[in-house]
Ligand binder design. Structure first.
Ligand SMILES: [Zn+2]
Ligand SMILES: [Zn+2]
Length: 660
């Protein structure tokens, strides 16, 4: 008997066998010689038609091979196992799972009472659940408004009707706390997480549990959007605006956008939660494609902190030859008051390391990376110069490599230096730092967060890691030390990301109603009149979004146009440039080429990485479907163009790129 679509099989390929998925049964063609299938994994249920359609859509939309995408969507461990090995894994799995705390989920009467806005949001989800093809729902709630409680209640309803729930979060760091809340609320249900920190065996076990319907809750990072869930009833995308939902290599898919597509495909509600929605989502609500529920009040009556803009231009100038202090005197005084009251302060600086560049005042030498068009960052703790793009690291030279000058200076400031300056500025204060450098080891982040929660820290210095999701009860002051850079970035999404980061950081303060009244966010800026900061002071996301969307419309940028990037990399920039020019010529020969505008090749902001020169070419269209039709005709032609260009290291198409 021929196995049906979705069946997992092993197929002979050369001398070995490979994992395969039966997709459909094409009519037999005389000119094609067929080989028999290897093993058929009949011990597993087939992947559902909806799963196959999701993968088909993703492969088509993001211009990747169907087989490549399907295999990438399955757990890697599955590729290695034969039938016997798989059967053994399953026998482990069939033992009843350990339950966290009992056989029954929390009862409704034991739960905290919902606020009016939470209840209305939950009602909106219920309405969607009753629709055959529900639109996505934006859950627009300020930090602390209790979005997670809405997720939990919506999940409870889906679980009660025998359905499975998929929850996507942007970062692995945020999975443990959300996992703990779901596990505590639903002890009678099995939860399977999906993220890259799991071992291959764990990932397979969790995947199988969901695929066989044993796990009812799947929680994970972007890869989890492809989880096999035969009884899917609800999708939640938490922090939907977060850039981490976009894959940055291989198949460059947006897990958020695929989640919305999956919901439509399977007719289940999709909740997009955020305090600062992506402008794409906000625009979709304005155009009536998505619905929205607003939650403006903080649970427990906490208020949003007062935002204070500190005009750096109004401060007295630092004497010639000296660096200005890291903190303006007024901010320093405010932090000292917090310390005296036993409250905590959080200082946000989105740049790790000690100083972004080391500089020789005698000859002008700077610590450039020999492989990239970037500076190597000075890390004082281990005395290294490290490139954050290719990883190239060297010990700090004792003298300038160009002129031998012994007096090398650190220019600018990273979190490591800020931590050191705070220790000098605030003697006796307990300072801690959280960034990618201090949280490398297993459990290091949890350990540092625990110290903050226990009150063992007065001033926490950190990068964006600390701004996201963490519930700091004792923090009453948040300060952005030097956020202006993003205002004038060439990246058109930089202001959107800065606003989201500052709003999220502000949300860390005043989560306790008792302390909320005195909570403040300080922003040190040279541009206090900037519209972004005015909107921040008013906690007015809508005003910010309206201004940004106006600029995007005038400039012909997303969501008003649809973009794809063709990227090329080679040791020799001329090779990459030649490939892109040939590609543009190939486009001009296509009938679909009329519907798009192709811009000349340009280097991206970071033009050289790990010894490869990068170039990119922008393709723009007013219509998403026209762009899709064009790409479907163009990308196959590019494989031919590529063969004529020797020395090209890589090329890739990025549909809906995050940065151009
Ligand atoms: Zn020098
Ligand atoms: Zn480098």
């Amino acid at each position: 008997m021929v196995p049906g679509p979705g069946t997992l099989v092993r197929v002979p390929l050369g001398r070995s066998t490979r994992l395969g998925v039966v997709w459909d049964r094409p009519a037999a063609r005389a000119e094609v010689a067929l080989r028999p299938l290897g093993e058929v994994f009949s011990m597993l249920p087939p992947l559902t038609p909806a799963w196959l359609r999701l993968v088909e859509f993703a492969a088509g939309y993001y211009q990747r091979g169907l087989g490549e995408l399907a295999l990438a969507a399955l757990p890697p461990e599955l590729r290695r196992l034969d039938g016997l090995q798989l059967a053994r894994r399953l026998a482990r799995l069939d033992r009843p799972p350990a339950r966290a705390g009992g056989d029954a989920d929390a009862r409704l009467e034991e739960l905290p009472e919902l606020g009016d806005e939470q209840a209305a949001a939950l009602e909106a989800v219920a309405v969607l659940a009753g629709m055959a093809s529900p639109p996505a729902l934006l859950l627009h709630g300020v930090t602390g408004s209790g979005k997670t409680e809405v997720y939990l209640r919506a999940a409870a309803r889906a679980l009660a009707s025998g359905r499975q729930v998929l929850v996507l979060v942007p970062e692995i760091n945020l999975t443990p706390q959300l996992e703990a809340r779901f596990a505590a609320r639903f002890p009678a249900h099995r939860l399977a997480s999906q993220h890259s920190a799991l071992t291959p065996a764990q990932r397979l076990a969790n995947w199988l549990a969901a695929h066989r319907g044993q796990a009812d809750l799947v929680l994970g990072t972007r890869m989890a959007v492809f989880a096999s869930l035969p009884r899917l009833g609800l999708v939640v995308v938490d922090e939907e605006h977060d850039a981490s939902f976009k894959q940055q290599d291989g198949a460059r898919y947006s897990a958020r956008d695929l989640a919305v597509y999956r919901g439509r495909l399977e007719g289940v509600p999709v909740l997009l939660g955020s305090a600062t929605p992506s402008l794409e989502t906000w625009h979709n609500v304005a155009e009536g494609r998505y619905r929205a529920a607003a939650m403006t009040a903080r649970v427990g009556g906490g208020a949003m902190p007062r935002v204070r803009l500190l005009d750096m231009a109004a401060l007295p100038r630092a004497p010639a030859g000296t660096q200005p202090p890291a903190l303006a005197p007024a901010l320093r005084a405010a932090i000292e008051q917090r310390i005296a009251r036993g409250e905590q302060s959080l200082l946000l600086l989105n740049r790790r390391g000690y100083a972004p560049v080391l500089h020789c005042g005698a000859c002008g030498w700077k610590s450039g990376c020999p492989h990239c068009s970037a500076w190597r960052v000075f890390h004082k703790a281990d005395r290294t110069l490290r490139c954050h793009h290719c990883g190239f690291a060297e010990r700090v030279p004792r003298a300038c490599p160009e002129c031998g000058n012994l007096d090398l200076g650190a220019v600018g400031r990273g979190t490591e230096k800020l931590e050191e300056q705070m220790a000098a500025l605030l003697p006796g204060a307990r300072i801690a730092r959280i960034d990618a450098d201090t949280t490398r080891g297993a459990g290091a982040l949890a350990e540092r967060l625990a110290a903050v929660h226990a009150g063992d820290v007065d001033v926490l210095v950190g990068t964006q890691i600390v701004a996201k999701g963490h519930d700091f009860r004792r923090v009453t002051l948040v300060a952005a030390v030097n956020p202006d850079g993003a205002l004038f970035s060439s990246d058109f999404r930089a202001p959107e990301r800065l606003f989201a980061l500052l709003m999220q950081a502000a949300g860390r303060a005043g989560r306790d109603a008792a302390q909320a009244a005195g909570s403040e966010m300080w922003v040190q800026t040279w541009h206090p009149q900037h519209a972004l900061y005015r909107a921040l002071v008013a906690h007015d996301y809508a005003a910010f979004a309206a201004a940004q969307l106006g600029e995007r419309r005038a400039a012909g940028l997303p969501p008003f146009t649809h973009l794809a990037l063709l990227r090329a990399e080679a040791r020799d920039a001329a090779v990459a440039d030649g490939f892109l020019r040939d590609a543009a010529e190939a486009a001009a020969a296509l009938p679909e080429g009329d519907a798009v505008t192709i811009y000349p090749p340009v280097p991206p902001p970071l033009a050289r990485v790990a010894g490869l020169e990068r170039l990119q070419m922008l393709v723009e269209s007013r219509s998403r479907s026209a762009l899709q039709r064009f790409l479907a005709a163009w990308v196959p032609a590019l494989h031919g163009v590529r063969r004529t260009r020797r020395g090209l290291a890589r090329w890739a198409v990025d549909v809906d790129p995050l940065a151009i």
